[in-house]
Design a protein around this ligand. Structure first.
Ligand code: TMP
Length: 215
């Protein structure tokens, strides 16, 4: 038997790392074991947060626009969307002892905005303090990938990809940032190499979570 307890699980990694795929797999694998969970994502996750996501993505989709968002505007939009998501979905679910699986969370902001775009870390920490009020993931899976392989996966996607504007070196920088963050948070991080599309990854992830639920 598994204990009914809240667990806040996040998936992190660069685009093409397979994190969205693996978070869905975990959701479905838990369902097969009659363990209900909630699958969500950032930016987005609630009606209003998804509206903010669309504003962010609309800016991505038009990389040649003269009037692009300043990096602080961009950051504030991610944080605004997080605030809506945390208040209206994540915290209520945790209070109801639910398992929350979130595709991206705070470490994406560290990796993309702070390390990737040089946004001031204190600026983000300060806002996080107010909107998270101590909320932290219990466990984070970082999916590492060979960056060329990730770019190959992105190119294969049918939907025109909005991230083509990011260079290989940007993705390398962001992935290195994720690795650095994982080393600073060893207790909550599980780093898995997902370069080879191995079926083992979903099994390892499920096993780790089931173990947590038994404790
Ligand atoms: P996704 O569809 O892979 O989740 O993409 C969302 C994009 O938003 C991706 O480029 C990463 C980026 N992002 C940030 O830059 N900062 C953040 O805090 C979050 C949550 C996402």
């Amino acid at each position: 038997m598994y204990k009914k307890k809240s667990l806040f699980i996040t998936f992190e990694g660069i685009e093409g790392s397979g994190k969205s795929f693996q978070s869905k797999k975990l959701y479905n694998n838990l369902k097969l074991k009659n363990i209900s969970s909630l699958l969500t994502r950032e930016p987005g996750g609630t009606g209003s947060a998804e509206k903010i996501r669309n504003v962010i993505l609309d800016d991505y989709f038009h990389p040649k626009l003269k009037e692009k968002f300043n990096k602080y505007t961009d950051t504030l939009l991610y944080l605004a969307s997080r605030n809506e998501h945390v208040i209206n979905k994540i915290k209520p679910a945790i209070l109801m002892k639910k398992i929350v699986i979130c595709d991206r969370f705070i470490d994406s902001t560290m990796a993309y905005q702070v390390y990737g775009k040089n946004v001031n870390k204190n600026f983000i920490d300060h806002i996080h303090k107010h909107i998270l009020k101590g909320l932290k993931p219990d466990i984070t899976f970082l999916l590492r990938v060979n960056v060329s392989k990730a770019l190959f996966r992105l190119k294969k996607r049918k939907k025109k990809n909005r991230y083509d504007k990011f260079s290989k070196s940007f993705y390398t920088k962001v992935q290195n940032a994720f690795i650095k963050i994982s080393r600073k948070n060893k207790r909550r991080y599980i780093v898995l190499d997902n370069t080879n599309d191995s079926n083992d990854i979903e099994k390892i992830i499920l096993k780790k979570i089931l173990l947590k639920l038994k404790k």
